[in-house]
Design a binder for this molecule. Structure first.
Ligand code: RUQ
Ligand code: CUA
Length: 659
């Protein structure tokens, strides 16, 4: 009784606070004296870590060097990127196709790196799209998005894309429960409890190539599946998900989904689930979803729409998954490096519950259950619990780990990181963040042997931290030294979009394998030219193909006449350079499209539909040589049906229309 009372007061406090996050009102303790030295990476020196940070509503992934906080690259993933033509050019347009058609943007939240035995293996990064449910794979040799798969029956793909410890699968859980695509979705929202379901996808990763395929899904009660992590060591065969809204509310969730004192962690034995799916203990349903692949050999992408998926209905087949009560509206779901401890981060909880994998197994054996939800056994809270961290802070969101048995939890409302010991559950240290931290990331913090060294806070609000830039301010990361007993703030730097989860790996893992350029011989693009001698213009009906070469400091051909209104012009630019870091760009005046940036040895195609008669210049957009400004040419656009002959010039000589 007393306990309930205390919980209610605390919950009220939290609720009051959550609307207006309680940020420290002073600029707070200054940085550590040696901070500058610790974060300083001298010009010409490399950072120790690559940090892959989700771009949130930018839809992209940003790569930073740590400890310097220098932004190294933005990898376009789910959003069109006019800067290099991703999602605009003919090569990559298909990557953004979905069953809804072309979706040019998304909201990306969680980066994961491929794992071998719960350690980064440096092959791929994965990231989810929250809005139109998708997951993407990035090749870590080229830092390019090479595959995107859509997830049917889902909405708000948030508990995603967490990989199992040998990258057998990545999981992708739906945040919104919705009627499945294979059911009639034209239902009253008041029928939420009956007609809505939550689906979790298991996407299989092909061992050698990384190719993704949707192996099976689980149909689950209509809760909001929020975050996940997979087990390690003894718990390797399991994935864990937090879910909130166990009330199955569908309006005013702020209040209606915060009624129960506990929601759940869902523990899934994915090996068993996969066996069920393989044996056919599932239904095969029709649901449309896109699968897009970028072929690095041809530099072209393809999109196909698939329409079959295996769904395990957990009302019927449920000997492989369990709910564990978890206080209260949990968000982060994190597994410690040993794989033994599973931490739930209750946004409205007054403690941090830590569950024990050994105890969970024992509870399953001994059937220490507390009833069922929709056929799924609920393990007794105490039977699964290792213990609780008491009064750790307000609004806990995420937890990461170091190699010394410590955990670091972010608190949104009290704006701080709290360090505690996983075994003893004692709080060791706390430090403010500026302001309102969401995710946090310890270097290597989701592997079985974290590097430790630093924890980075990814903050939602910056307020007064940087020079003001109008109503919209940047969001930011803050770097803390965790090598000693006390956490020390050493650096902060702005991030792109909204930073969510981030993972950092030792630069040595990736650096030796990074691809420098494509050789012309290995470029299998159908529109490539290998030398300027092959440059040409061809017309077929109203389609004009320009095979253009770019080399310091010419674009060939450079003067093209005989283009007419009504034509569709495809300009295939091959960068003939065979040297690292010599890109050429290409842009056409007034083109209702982007530019293309073409890396050495690659071919990119830009589409242009001329809509004005006259002389239209084109040029290289990347200052590539002292004579970069000389890399230019003209199109002559004539009226539709006019008799202007097709002609172009190659190195000062006119080449007449051949057709
Ligand atoms: S979220 S701030 Cu990962 Cu989308 Cu927690
Ligand atoms: Cu090529 Cu500038």
């Amino acid at each position: 009784m007393k306990k309930v009372f205390v919980m209610t007061i605390a919950a009220a406090l939290v609720m009051g606070c959550i609307l207006q996050s309680c940020r420290p009102n002073k600029k707070g303790p200054s940085v550590d004296e040696n901070a500058a030295q610790k974060a300083y990476v001298a010009p010409g020196q490399y950072d120790e870590f690559y940090d892959f940070v989700s771009g949130g509503f930018s839809g992209q992934v940003a790569v930073y060097g740590i400890p310097s906080g220098r932004l190294l690259k933005v990898i376009p993933v789910f959003s069109q990127n006019g800067e290099n033509g991703y999602g605009y050019n003919e090569n990559t347009k298909a990557m953004l196709e979905t069953s809804f058609g072309f979706v040019p943007w998304d909201d990306s939240h969680h980066v994961q790196l491929s794992l071998t035995d719960a350690m980064y293996d440096g092959r791929w990064a994965f990231i989810n799209a929250n809005n139109t449910p998708r997951v993407a794979r990035i090749d870590l040799k080229t830092f390019q998005t090479t595959e995107i798969i859509e997830l049917p029956n889902s909405a708000g793909n948030h508990a995603s894309p967490f990989v199992t410890c040998n990258t057998e699968y990545l999981v992708a859980g739906t945040r919104f429960s919705v009627p499945a695509d294979y059911d009639n979705g034209d239902v009253s929202i008041a029928e939420y409890k009956d007609k809505f379901r939550g689906h979790i996808s298991y996407v299989k990763i092909e061992k050698e190539t990384g190719d993704m395929s949707l192996d099976f899904q689980l149909a689950l009660p209509p809760f909001n599946y929020d975050l996940s992590h997979s087990g390690k060591n003894a718990s390797s065969d399991w994935s864990f998900f937090t879910c909130y809204n166990s009330e199955a509310a569908h309006t005013l969730l702020e209040i209606n989904s915060a009624k129960n004192d506990k929601d759940y962690i869902l523990a899934v034995n994915w090996k068993k689930a996969a066996e069920h799916a393989a044996k056919g203990d599932c239904k095969v349903v029709t649901a449309k979803y896109a699968h897009n692949k970028f072929d690095e050999k041809t530099g072209m992408s393809k999109s196909e729409i698939l329409d079959r998926v295996k769904v395990i209905e957990t009302r019927e087949v449920n000997d492989f998954l369990y709910f564990i009560p978890c206080p209260k509206s949990p968000h982060g779901c994190d597994v410690d490096p040993t794989g033994e401890y599973i931490v739930g981060n209750g946004k409205l909880a007054t403690n941090i519950p830590v569950f024990s994998f050994t105890k969970i197994q024992k509870a399953i054996e001994e059937k220490a259950f507390d009833g069922q939800v929709d056929g799924i056994n609920v393990i007794k809270y105490e039977a699964a619990l290792h213990g609780e961290v008491q009064a750790p802070g307000i609004g806990s969101l995420h937890t990461e780990f170091d190699a010394g048995g410590n955990a670091y939890t972010s608190f949104f409302v009290s704006s701080e990181i709290v360090k505690w010991n996983v075994k003893s559950l004692q709080i060791i240290d706390r430090i403010p963040t500026y302001y309102s931290i969401g995710h946090l990331s310890v270097m290597g913090g989701d592997t079985k042997k974290p590097y430790g060294k630093y924890v980075i806070a990814y903050n939602k609000i910056t307020k007064d931290r940087f020079l003001p830039t109008g109503p919209e301010l940047c969001q930011a990361a803050q770097l803390y030294d965790i090598s000693g007993d006390k956490m020390k703030l050493i650096l902060e730097f702005p991030t792109i979009g909204e930073p969510h989860y981030a993972v950092a790996c030792d630069a040595k893992l990736l650096r030796p394998n990074v691809k420098k350029f494509t050789t012309l011989a290995e470029n299998n693009n159908p529109y490539k030219i290998s030398s300027m001698a092959e440059a040409r213009v061809e017309r077929k009906g109203n389609r004009v193909d320009v095979y253009m070469g770019a080399i310091r400091s010419r674009l060939v051909p450079d003067n093209i006449e005989g283009i007419k209104i009504g034509d569709k012009v495809y300009i295939h630019v091959t960068n003939i350079e065979q040297e690292w870091d010599i890109p050429h760009g290409f842009a056409v005046k007034g083109n209702n499209n982007a530019e293309i940036l073409v890396m050495p040895g690659e071919t990119n195609t830009l589409k242009w539909i001329p809509n004005r008669v006259g002389i239209i210049p084109f040029y290289c957009t990347d200052f590539c040589s002292a004579l970069h400004q000389e890399m230019q040419g003209y199109f002559r656009v004539s009226p539709a049906g006019s008799a202007t002959p097709l002609k172009f010039s190659i190195d000062d000589k006119d080449v007449k229309d051949l057709k």
